[in-house]
Design a protein around this ligand. Sequence first.
Ligand SMILES: C[S@@+](CC[C@H](N)C(=O)[O-])C[C@H]1O[C@@H](n2cnc3c(N)ncnc32)[C@H](O)[C@@H]1O
Length: 356
Amino acid sequence: MMINQPKIIESLRKLFVQTELNEIKEGIRELKNNLKGFKTDRLGLLNIVSNGQTININSKYLEKELDQIVNTQTLERTKYYINRLLKGLTERKTNKINDINLYRWKEYTDIITDSLWILDKRDTSGAHLGWYWGNFIPQIPHQLMMRYTKKGEWVIDTFVGSGTTLIECRRLGRNGIGIELNAEVARKAKELIRKEKNTHDVITEVNTADSRYVNLKEILDRQRVRKVQLVIMHPPYHDIIRFSRNPNDLSNAKTTKEFIRMFNDVVDNTIPFLDKGRYLGVVVGDKYSRGEWIPLGFYIMSEVLRRGFLLKSIIVKNFEETRGKRNQKELWEYRALVGGFYIFKHEYILLFKKEK
Ligand SMILES: C[S@@+](CC[C@H](N)C(=O)[O-])C[C@H]1O[C@@H](n2cnc3c(N)ncnc32)[C@H](O)[C@@H]1O
């Protein structure tokens, strides 16, 4: 909701200097009542004047903050909460790696801070069509960019596929470089990305190349950029889905060892361009082959850690059932019982911080 900033600040400051707890609480209740609508708004909090200072605030967040003030037991606590709200309305406190206003952190109800992500619905709005078999849901790059980048910063996605990351870059005002081996997939991704409005006027560029050897310096030089602030990698989960017949495609690696080696080459080719103190997010799942669980996620994790990164989180995300699997649900359940294993229902989002 939009609020008249000077008016709400004035009202809160008046309450802050009062010395009677009950009077302050009464004042806050009155403020809440004023915010209900124009009819009850005698303080003019909802009175938006042209060229006047306004504040855009989540109404639920504001209501919660006001309730917290009303529910306190001591004058000291009440004033502490009023002061915190005043700060939230007048100042910004952000850290070096994102734009989250820490004075108003409770307002960011869509940002996940738990390590278990149960995401039921794919975001299919705008250009996010979800046509590509083996894509990830847009909420993944969305969450990572909100937490680990500021507006106007640069993101590289080394396995850009259908362009999910770059579509999200356009929405959030981040610049994005995507690399994709398959020319046809890259062409489709470009088409789709172009369909997403570029309201923040950012650059979203897809390059057809092998991420192990692509000349990232040249690509970044062209944009007059030396380093990027986030790297997202969503490799094939080895051969679970074969993306092409190209031997340079990680999904065509002959063995697990070769797959890991190819993945390492992508990491080594990319991380020199990631700023120190910034994040690499790897989205990966394990596989099951010849009666054995192959922990691709763990192998990849230890390889990245060997490169001096700091592990910041292992997020476990629920895995959407693929159409094929859904049709064969009962067969898989039977196989699991007979074979003594569990059916995959999760994948990982591994988060690393570049230390050196
Ligand atoms: C799991 S998909 C990525 C999907 C993407 N996150 C999306 O939402 O569409 C992996 C992609 O990596 C690509 N790929 C495989 N090997 C590659 C390589 N050596 N260099 C660049 N891309 C590669 C595949 O063609 C495939 O599109």
